[in-house]
Design a protein around this ligand. Structure first.
Ligand code: AP5
Length: 222
């Protein structure tokens, strides 16, 4: 039951790597971005509060996202959990420690995925997904095998996130530098941070994350 945080700026590849861990290791991905987008799409009170904040590229309140994580953790069962896009502030990091401790869990690793700023903007502004099954694509790095047709479900309907434009990406990056990067020392004090070079290919980044996770499994089994 390994619990990890995937930390990194917008477009670093957190969601991409989380999906690989879900498929490869049966872990549970808890993405606050996905939860908030679901809330916006279904028009819940949380979604109504979050919509404009997300479209501006700013951070939704700590209380809202921490409550969302707490609800989902209750149904995690025995699965290891990947926190994707949470925590993003010191208050969220402290809330996560509490939520985990209340459930007899603790963090094993904080994997920091490091990517240069220009690459982040290119990754985000080129990203799109299947409107039907959610499979992710990219104008340059990952196009559907047949143009205009989803590889997984054959839908021809695609969409882009409203916050995936260059201006909002710059605000999201500034929020990351100002509010999220400063939580690294909080985790460094507990030697939880593992830095991974996110400028490499998706497979190479995945291999490095696997190496981090496998090394701690060896230690546990020793
Ligand atoms: P969220 O959905 O979490 O967005 P984000 O952090 O900005 O991250 P992204 O989903 O944009 O990027 P990613 O790192 O997952 O990269 P991906 O794998 O998709 O949050 C959205 C908003 O919700 C926030 O701005 C905020 O308003 C709110 N919010 C969410 N959580 C919150 C919280 N805890 N507190 C407060 N507010 C919160 O990859 C990007 C692209 O690059 C893809 O096209 C992919 O195919 C490609 N790619 C991935 N890896 C590689 C690689 N190695 N090489 C080449 N291309 C790659």
């Amino acid at each position: 039951m390994m619990n990890i945080v995937l930390l990194g700026p917008p477009g670093a590849g957190k969601g991409t790597q989380a999906q690989r861990l879900v498929n490869g290791r049966g872990m549970l991905q808890l993405s606050t971005g996905d939860m908030l987008r679901e809330a916006v799409a279904s028009g819940t009170p949380v979604g109504l509060k979050a919509k404009a904040v997300m479209e501006a590229g700013e951070l939704v309140s700590d209380a809202i996202v921490s409550a969302l994580i707490g609800e989902r953790l209750d149904s995690a069962g025995d699965a290891g959990v990947i926190f994707d896009g949470f925590p993003r502030t010191r208050a969220q990091a402290e809330a996560l420690d509490l939520l985990l401790a209340e459930r007899g869990r603790s963090l094993d690793h904080v994997v920091e995925i490091c990517v240069e700023e220009d690459a982040l903007v290119e990754r985000i502004t080129g990203r799109f997904s299947c409107a039907s099954c959610g499979t992710g694509y990219h104008d340059r790095f990952k196009q559907p095998r047949q143009e205009g047709v989803c590889d997984v479900c054959s839908s021809t309907d695609f969409c882009r996130r409203p916050d995936d434009n260059e201006q909002t990406v710059r605000t999201r990056l500034a929020e990351y530098r100002r509010k999220t990067e400063p939580i690294l020392p909080y985790y460094n004090e507990r030697t939880l941070v593992r830095r991974v070079d996110g400028m490499r290919s998706v497979d190479e980044v995945a291999a490095r994350i696997d190496a981090v996770l496998d090394s701690s499994e060896l230690v546990r089994g020793a």
